[in-house]
Design a protein around this ligand. Structure first.
Ligand SMILES: [Zn+2]
Length: 288
């Protein structure tokens, strides 16, 4: 290699380094400029640079990739499990619920997410979900269901919330309403706390419920289950002496049943599998 070639190479390398540094400097200046120029809504906010120096991670909910959504969902799940609820240690039932859930995944509208189906040890009849593929059903709900198709209808509904990214949108809105987000984004720990709150205590909007029902029904049908199970389970729960949690956090039950019945063809409502209640009882027989 001649000395001219060597010095040419060095020059190119130096130019590319210089270019990179200039870009980095420009980006930093733009970022700082935005923060200075952005009036903070409501609460006082620490500037981005200070947050970054303190090791705070900032996330952008509006541009979250699937991978980032799954990572955030995992953190929310970890916090739910460590502080808010206990999972059932009944391995047979947990494996069964996972099997039913995984069986629905290929028929959902986000089949590429890694789904996790878990059984919460609670007598309350409830089911919920958080972003990134985490679905929870309680032992109370498993006992209340008459058959596998009814269980699948609840899981399908929760997967519908995940498919439509309802908790992400709720989180975005809650963060805006509470003035805890900025143009730079939302602090990751705050996002996790909000996610826990949303999964457990926030009722879904009427529109979200209908959307999740529609998604769930479509998944149930494509997977081959009898679609009649979805409104049938809601009717059963509605008839209980005290309204189960799953219905009190999911508004407008009678309207949901009516809407589902309009979407279901009565001629095929009972065709498909999952209506065998004796087979279901055997699957969940280890439940205490
Ligand atoms: Zn719901």
């Amino acid at each position: 290699m001649s000395s001219i070639q060597v010095s040419k190479q060095l020059l190119t390398r130096w130019q590319s380094w210089r270019r990179r540094w200039v870009y980095a400097l420009v980006s930093l200046t733009v970022a700082l400029g935005l923060i200075v120029a952005t009036p903070s809504p409501g609460h006082a906010q620490a500037p981005l640079l200070e947050l970054l120096l303190r090791g705070v991670q900032i996330i952008q909910l509006s541009t979250l990739s699937d991978r980032q959504e799954v990572a955030l969902g995992k953190q929310i799940n970890d916090q739910l499990l460590s502080s808010e609820m206990r999972l059932s240690n009944d391995r047979q039932t947990t494996a069964y619920v996972d099997q039913v859930g995984q069986g629905l995944v290929p028929y959902s509208s986000r089949p590429n997410l890694p789904y996790t189906f878990q059984v919460v040890d609670s007598d309350q009849i409830n089911a919920f979900a958080t972003m990134g593929g985490y679905v929870y059903v309680t032992t109370g709900l498993l006992k209340a269901a008459d058959n596998e198709a009814q269980l699948a209808s609840v899981i399908g509904h929760e997967m519908g919330h995940i498919a439509s990214k309802h908790s992400l949108e709720q989180m975005r809105q809650a963060a805006l309403a509470q003035g805890i987000t900025s143009l730079a984004g939302l602090d990751r720990n705050t996002a996790v706390n909000l996610g826990v709150e949303l999964a457990l205590r926030r009722p879904n909007s009427r529109r979200d419920e209908f959307e999740a029902d529609q998604e769930g029904l479509a998944t149930l049908k494509s997977a081959g289950y009898a679609t009649s199970a979805m409104p049938a389970f809601m009717e059963k729960l509605q008839g209980q002496a005290s309204l189960p949690s799953i219905l009190s956090t999911h508004p407008a039950v009678s309207e949901r049943i009516q809407t589902l019945n309009r979407m279901i063809d009565p001629a095929t409502a009972n065709s498909g599998f999952g209506l065998d209640s004796r087979a279901y009882r055997t699957e969940v027989s280890s439940l205490r």
